[in-house]
Write a protein that binds this ligand. Structure first.
Ligand SMILES: NC(=O)c1ccc[n+]([C@@H]2O[C@H](COP(=O)([O-])OP(=O)(O)OC[C@H]3O[C@@H](n4cnc5c(N)ncnc54)[C@H](OP(=O)(O)O)[C@@H]3O)[C@@H](O)[C@H]2O)c1
Length: 315
């Protein structure tokens, strides 16, 4: 298939490009051209800022693609998603949108399935993603365009641009304690980036997936402290946990970019498994071990980091 990926050079979208090339697809990426050297050979880049809708229309005017995978969050509004569909109207086989599990109303009881009501618990991010999802579903119902929505949760793995698992690695390899807000009992569910890329690749052109939204993540739910303990076990480093009670207005306790917040985040994956037979290759432990190898390979354990804010909290 000829696949156009919006993004292509950072995290989820770069892993997707690699998976598509592995599977023998022809891949074109659209981005602002800042990290072209990261792309595998044979991938063509269309340079364009997706938020410039006139430029998008002009650059995509001659393109015909079997699938569009709209990955990047620029931040991407519903109007931006619609502009991409319009720019390819009549020349597009299947549109896939990487949305997020954060479209669900996280004040509701866990776990969140595809039938859980969506809401604005996560503010502007949720609003933009919900708007983007609605644009796709409108094009599906009104114009018959095959569309599929993916809702990943915390994505981890090599090249991660979010400081989550690397946050814990950074402290454990230096023998530093991990500060935990309160009991650290909020549940998380992480998904490996290669499993997400493989799931997208499997959905391309799959009629069962047309008009559907799917949660795509790993199988294991784990508390914040449970995750830290698992990482210490996997990378074989001693662990000291320091629980810090947080008061309103006090300095927040750092625990990775996306791990710190106060609510559960747990999702069912029954639909993607039963309808499409998609299941992850990585257990959480195996994925963390592989990510730690990447971290050591890049020498990230030797980089300079500033822990002064944490030292202040410890005092
Ligand atoms: N990471 C998570 O835990 C997580 C969880 C749930 C959902 N998601 C969703 O997963 C998606 C992927 O996120 P990611 O962080 O891995 O990023 P990514 O897909 O690697 O996106 C970055 C790419 O987008 C391009 N880009 C950025 N702004 C652009 C613009 N205005 N126009 C055109 N291209 C642009 C960048 O290249 P240039 O800079 O050269 O333009 C780069 O290639 C997002 O939609 C995110 O909401 C992520």
């Amino acid at each position: 298939m000829r696949v156009l990926v919006i993004g292509g050079t950072e995290f989820v979208s770069l892993h997707l490009v690699r998976a598509l090339i592995r599977d023998g697809h022809e891949v074109v990426v659209l981005n602002r051209g800042r990290r072209r050297e990261r792309l595998p050979a044979g991938v063509r880049t269309i340079v364009c800022d997706r938020t410039d809708h006139a430029a998008l229309r002009a650059t995509l005017a001659g393109e015909r693609v079997d699938a569009l995978v709209d990955v990047t969050y620029a931040p991407t509004t519903g109007a931006d998603v619609e502009a991409a569909l319009e720019a390819l109207a009549g020349r597009l086989g299947h549109a896939l949108l990487v949305s997020t599990g954060r479209v669900y109303d996280h004040s509701l009881p866990i776990p969140y399935s595809e039938d859980t009501p969506r809401g604005l618990y996560w503010g502007e991010y949720a609003k933009n993603k919900i708007d983007g999802e609605d644009v796709l579903m409108r094009w599906h119902r009104a114009r018959g365009l095959p569309v599929t929505i993916l809702r990943p949760t915390h994505v981890y793995g090599p090249l991660n641009t979010r400081n989550n698992e690397t946050f814990v690695f950074d402290r454990l390899v230096r023998g530093r304690p991990i500060l935990v807000p309160g009991a650290g009992g909020w549940l998380r569910q992480l998904g490996h980036v290669e499993d997400l890329a493989d799931a997208i690749a499997t959905m391309l052109g799959a009629p069962t997936a047309f008009g559907q939204a799917y949660n795509v993540t790993g199988e294991e739910a784990v508390t914040q402290v449970g995750l830290v303990e698992l990482i210490a076990d996997v990378i074989k480093r001693p662990l000291t946990l320091v629980h810090i009670e947080t008061r309103r207005g006090a300095t927040p306790v750092p625990l990775g970019q996306n791990l710190v917040y106060d609510c559960h985040a747990v999702y069912t994956t029954t639909k993607v498994r039963s309808q499409l037979g998609i299941r992850p290759r990585y257990t959480l432990a195996a994925g963390l071990a592989q990510t730690f190898e990447w971290y050591l390979y890049l020498g990230l354990d030797r980089r300079e980091l500033d822990f002064s804010a944490e030292d202040m909290l410890l005092k």
